[in-house]
Design a binder for this molecule. Structure first.
Ligand code: SF4
Ligand code: SF4
Ligand code: SF4
Ligand code: FES
Length: 981
């Protein structure tokens, strides 16, 4: 710590921090138009001038030293700040009263007031460009753009999509997309970073325009007239009076615009933000201080909310009536469910019923669902969709280090010196998390190794891209551990102190020589060796993986091999290290954490442990079932065998997202009684007997747990639509009809009960999660949480980790004469999973209307396929028709299909093979044949899709180019940049 004197008062500071942050802590207010703490100094606006030891400096770019003396309020400072801001106003027309951005947070408005600007010395000059309206979600108005460059910095260096730049050398600089394209045809991924950080109305969400202000919906000629009136009176009245008027109008807006904090309902990154609403209209999503994301979002979190107000929402219970459904009252639907559940339980026993919770629902809802199964029905037949993706990763970590979650936080991934990504298309599946890796790689020297079948964005950016044969990551990972141990490159100090089982593990590695790995994986020996050395020599390593690892029959073993390698190299127990299985759905972590699993009560407490069972029995005042529960894969088999008669499924499109969809659909049609709870009439609802209308996240309260084990609160934005109800209420209604007598009035009461029964969540309560506060489990009773696991010991009784020996297994199916192509599948940035939510977002549908199959250029040439050619893919289990997209993201005879389709779902083609340790379907072990159909269609991706754009990477806004303009001059007289000492 050092001391800095600001306007005569002493302020504590950290050596090397930016002066502007120190000044901001003192309460002194200085203008700072281009500065944003999450972007760092951009230095384009010059409004933050202060005096340091008699010289004018930019406070945002200066770093502090001990004893530094700063003046923020002198004649020279004020003159320089005013001079700089005058130049900004020459690029911006002040019409705040009729501006949709006049909501108290407009930096240009607030700085005009702060500097008490009455008249502009440099008049406003219009720019020779039109507004760009070509993106469905936001628009750019060059005439309002003050050229601060925040958007460019955010796009280049935070999101790292590298779409934006400013043509500083042009007589009329402006922000450019792909160096001069329209927004709609650029590489812009509509993540919204630029719009979020824009300090004025130059970039705005279209959903704000005409909706936010009282006068902003007026027809353009009327608005223009009003703007002319304002301009007309300004010379006489000055801006002071005009600003007062606009502030009065802004205060009126406050009464009708609500800002509610929520947590994203899409992926497991756990972005949180405020949603601005006017009645049921979503004005905008404003990320700012989310612990996982700050100002970041992807297109889904920022713009993907139309589905909430879709006219297709379920708003009443439906009951099957022959081949159709009829609307019913809640009383009738709930009575029928209670009657049928009771009847089936009496006739066939409690284990003839099963329950599947949703990874889109809250923790409290998953807890109640498993409590309904266990405490009310008396069965352990309860599961959630982590079975389809993450269970193998959890097993791999349970085997080796003891906790089934990410070892650290996203901030650890950011600070690692080497990140290894295996089987994860992170930039599309976990977009905001990927931005942290892209930024560290671009700006901070982080190294990146990617192993994948596809050359996706992260693979293109990687220092080393491995393309092993499908399903062989286990082999090269084990070979590297072998090589490191044999060549004295393992971390022997760490192994000696913290790890058991080295001897058996080494023995199991014997077959995994570099030569064998090279042959099996199809990778050169030298490449594997390079990767081994990079991992061994890196100061800190994080390994990230996802469904490209877990959805194979060796998913648990490959996950274990990853953790073994981290142990061999000592990459646990320190910041910037560890294992990061990336959770897919927003609350897939929480659904398992809170007990929606057949073998675990909440907090991974085993159903077989008598002490655990006794605690829950005392808490719930019931006798718990002792039979082994079925997971969701076993449930499908049990239905086929006639053992399972009834199923209650919440919020899962299981009939097309489970593997071998035809087999699953056949099973559902055999059920005696099937209840589906969802927000839309999904494909799976077609098999139901009763359909119940649940509520999406914006219509309820509760908590979600993200991939980094972060528990966050969501607050209710809207009332439930129509007669739909929050899912926790529906589960309680059903339980009470079955005699449970639950009386939870609010999800906080449910969490109080969870915390009382689950040591892992002992210190979690709603007060500690207020607003943007969050906790990363495990949470001690005093509220201490654990952002980084294993800082003192591993989670085993002796505190030591365990190396886990394994051997290779054979793939269930491989390409052969009949089925000659390997089919891979996965997510797509714009759509989430099968697309039931995102297809209802008009802008996303416009950009990405359909699914497709990616075909390599060489295979396309061999078969005469072009982008748009219709093909039929057939496997042993089913067939789909789909259009081809020819791309070098895939190679040779490997195909890739995004999973976002209910018409041509990829799971018509996948098998029922599973990972034996978890029953996770081997979605990625699929083989197919392809028949070219005669019809030629349009390309499945329209020209406006970002994949056709041409990014323009550069290192931020490149302000030096602005400073080199002949018309640029420093504000004030003497400016010296102060360099860090
Ligand atoms: S990708 Fe598009 S929306 Fe995201 S910051 Fe860049 S220009 Fe803005
Ligand atoms: S569009 Fe970009 S450069 Fe223009 S005012 Fe907004 S953030 Fe600044
Ligand atoms: S989908 Fe994931 S990355 Fe995108 S905003 Fe939501 S939580 Fe963040
Ligand atoms: S805030 Fe320092 S130059 Fe803009």
């Amino acid at each position: 710590m050092i001391r800095v004197i600001v306007d005569g008062s002493t302020q504590d500071a950290v050596a090397g921090e930016h002066l502007i942050n120190v000044i901001n802590r003192t309460g002194s207010v200085i203008p700072q138009v281009c500065y944003h703490p999450q972007l760092g100094p951009i230095e384009t606006c010059d409004t933050c001038m202060v005096e340091v030891e008699g010289k004018l400096v930019r406070a945002c770019a200066s770093t502090v030293w001990d004893g530094m003396s700063v003046t923020t309020y002198s004649a020279a400072v004020i003159a320089a700040q005013r001079d700089a801001f005058d130049r900004i106003l020459s690029n911006h027309l002040l019409y705040c009263t009729v501006c949709d951005n006049n909501n108290g947070n407009c930096t240009v408005h607030n700085t005009t007031k702060l500097l008490a600007v009455e008249h502009q010395s440099i008049p406003f000059r219009t720019k020779p460009y039109k507004e760009d309206q070509t993106n469905p979600f936001y628009r750019y108005d060059p005439d309002q753009c003050i050229l601060c460059g925040r958007c460019v910095e955010a796009c280049q260096n935070l999101q790292v999509n590298e779409t934006l730049s400013i043509n500083w050398e042009d007589p009329h600089p402006r922000v450019l997309w792909d160096g001069g394209s329209t927004i709609g045809e650029s590489s812009c991924v509509s993540c919204g970073h630029c719009v979020t950080v824009c300090p004025c109305n130059a970039l705005m969400e279209k959903s704000m325009l005409g909706h936010t202000g009282f006068f902003t919906a007026l027809p353009k000629p009327v608005l223009d007239g009003m703007i002319d009136v304002v301009k007309g009176i300004e010379p006489e009245t000055g801006y002071g009076v005009i600003l007062q008027l606009s502030e009065a109008e802004e205060a009126m807006r406050d009464r009708r615009v609500r800002r509610t904090k929520t947590v994203c309902t899409y992926c497991g990154v756990g972005c949180s933000f405020d949603i601005w609403t006017k009645n049921r209209h979503i004005l905008k999503v404003e990320p700012s201080e989310g612990p996982a994301n700050g100002v970041s979002t992807c297109v889904k979190g920022k713009f993907g909310w139309d589905f909430v107000n879709s006219s297709e929402r379920l708003t009443k219970p439906l009951i099957r009536d022959g081949e159709r459904f009829r609307e019913a009252s809640w009383e009738e639907a709930l009575d029928l469910i209670a009657h049928k559940f009771s009847e089936i339980k009496v006739q066939s026993g409690p284990d003839s019923l099963a329950f599947i919770s949703s990874s889109k629902c809250t923790n409290e809802e998953s807890y109640l669902m498993q409590k309904l199964a266990r405490a009310v029905i008396g069965t352990n037949n309860i599961d959630n969709c982590s079975r389809y993706c993450q269970a193998p990763a959890t097993v791999g970590l349970f085997r080796t280090v003891g906790y089934g979650g990410d070892s650290g936080s996203i901030s650890d991934i950011e600070k690692a010196s080497l990140v290894v990504i295996i089987g994860s298309n992170t930039a599309e599946s976990h977009p905001v998390l990927a931005t942290r890796v892209k930024r560290a790689h671009k700006l901070h020297g982080q190294k990146l190794i990617v192993s994948d079948l596809r050359k996706h964005e992260m693979a293109r950016r990687a220092d080393i891209f491995l393309h092993p044969h499908p399903r062989t990551d286990f082999v090269w990972l084990s070979a590297i551990s072998h090589y490191l141990l044999d060549n004295g490159l393992a971390n022997s100090g760490f192994l000696n102190q913290w790890v058991n089982g080295l001897k058996e593990y080494r023995k199991s590695l014997e077959p995994f020589t570099l030569d064998a790995a090279s042959q099996i994986c199809g990778l050169p020996v030298e490449t594997i060796k390079n990767v081994a050395h990079m991992i061994a020599e890196a100061e800190s390593v994080c390994i990230l993986w996802a469904m490209g690892v877990t959805q194979h029959t060796n998913g648990s073993d490959t996950s274990t091999a990853i953790s073994n390698l981290l142990l061999v190299t000592g990459n646990y127990m320190r910041p910037g290290t560890g294992a990061y299985p990336l959770r897919g759905h927003n609350n897939v972590q929480g659904a398992s954490d809170h007990g929606s699993m057949p073998n675990n009560l909440p907090g991974y407490q085993s159903t077989d442990d008598p002490e655990v069972r006794a605690r829950f029995e005392a808490g719930w005042k019931i006798k718990l079932p002792s039979t082994t529960g079925l997971d969701n894969h076993q449930m499908v088999d049990a239905i086929h065998k006639g053992k399972l008669k009834a199923l209650y499924l919440i919020g899962e499109e299981m009939s097309i997202v489970d593997s071998n969809a035809n087999y699953v659909g056949d099973a559902f049609s055999k059920l005696d009684f099937f209840v589906v709870q969802d927000i839309f009439f999904s494909f799976t609802c077609r098999f139901a007997d009763v359909v119940l209308p649940g509520s999406p996240s914006l219509e309820k309260e509760g908590t979600f747990t993200s991939t980094e084990r972060r528990i966050q609160r969501l607050y209710q934005v809207f009332e439930p639509l129509g007669e739909s109800r929050p899912d926790w209420r529906i589960i309680q209604d059903i339980a009470n009809r079955l005699g449970a007598n639950w009386d939870y009035l609010h999800p906080s009461e449910i969490y109080r009960e969870i915390a009382s029964l689950t040591p892992m969540f002992a210190g979690v309560n709603y007060e500690r999660l207020e607003g943007y506060k969050s906790l990363q489990w495990p949470v001690a009773p005093d509220g201490t949480d654990q952002p980084l696991h294993y800082t003192e010991k591993f989670y085993f009784p002796d505190g030591k980790a365990r190396l886990y020996p394994m051997s290779s297994t054979e793939p269930p199916e491989q390409p052969d004469v009949e089925f000659d192509l390997h089919l891979n599948n996965g997510r797509l940035l714009e759509h989430f999973h099968e697309g039931n939510l995102t297809y209802r977002v008009e802008g996303i549908r416009e950009k990405t209307p359909d699914t497709f199959v990616e075909v390599s250029p060489e295979l396309a040439e061999e078969r005469g396929i072009k982008s748009g050619t219709w093909v039929e893919l057939a496997s042993r289990y089913g067939r789909v028709r789909v259009r081809a997209l020819v791309t070098d993201r895939v190679q040779g005879r490997e195909l890739y299909m995004p999973m976002n389709s209910t018409e041509s779902p990829v799971n018509m083609l996948t098998s029922s093979y599973t990972d034996p340790a978890t029953n996770t379907p081997a979605y990625k072990d699929a083989v197919v044949r392809m028949r070219v159909l005669t019809e030629i269609g349009e390309s499945p991706l329209p020209r406006g899709n970002h994949r056709f754009g041409h990014p323009t990477p550069q290192r931020g806004v490149e302000v030096e180019r602005k400073w080199q303009r002949p018309d640029y001059r420093l504000p004030g007289l003497r400016l010296i940049q102060i360099q860090p000492k």
